[in-house]
Design a binder for this molecule. Sequence first.
Ligand code: DAT
Ligand code: MG
Length: 138
Amino acid sequence: MQQTLVLVKPDGVAKGLTGEIISRFEKRGLKISALKMFKMSVEQAKSHYAEHQGKSFFDELVSFITSGPIVAMVVSGENAVKAVRSMMGATDPLNSAPGTIRGDYALNVANNIIHGSDSENSAEREINNFFTKSEIVN
Ligand code: DAT
Ligand code: MG
């Protein structure tokens, strides 16, 4: 059993896609183990995206992810990290296959609807950035 962090980004929340995204994961057999809506602080954003510090798009990334409410969730299940990543589609929606979340709902790499952890190590770090142990159900 794995856990992964999913964020419905401000564009996904604004487009009313939260329910659709949760529904796709549930229908696949994954479980929602924690869920909350909030506006990310700049501090949380810089920590969440620490691996991208120094890249040309870093400032834009932090300002976008803090621009409006997001929905954060812990998604759990067998191979949850890889399962969620494949359901999200490629980072650039123009390369995301139709049928994936980004391939169905996004057009622009900077506004690509959803975040999912890229490894078990990232998942642990990212989950701890937004959730306490007591907020996660088993
Ligand atoms: P992913 O979100 O698929 O894990 P990533 O970790 O490489 O992709 O990048 C994090 C986010 O940064 C990505 O979801 C959107 C943004 N991003 C990535 N490459 C970008 C670029 N070339 N221009 C603008 N934003 C970019
Ligand atoms: Mg990433």
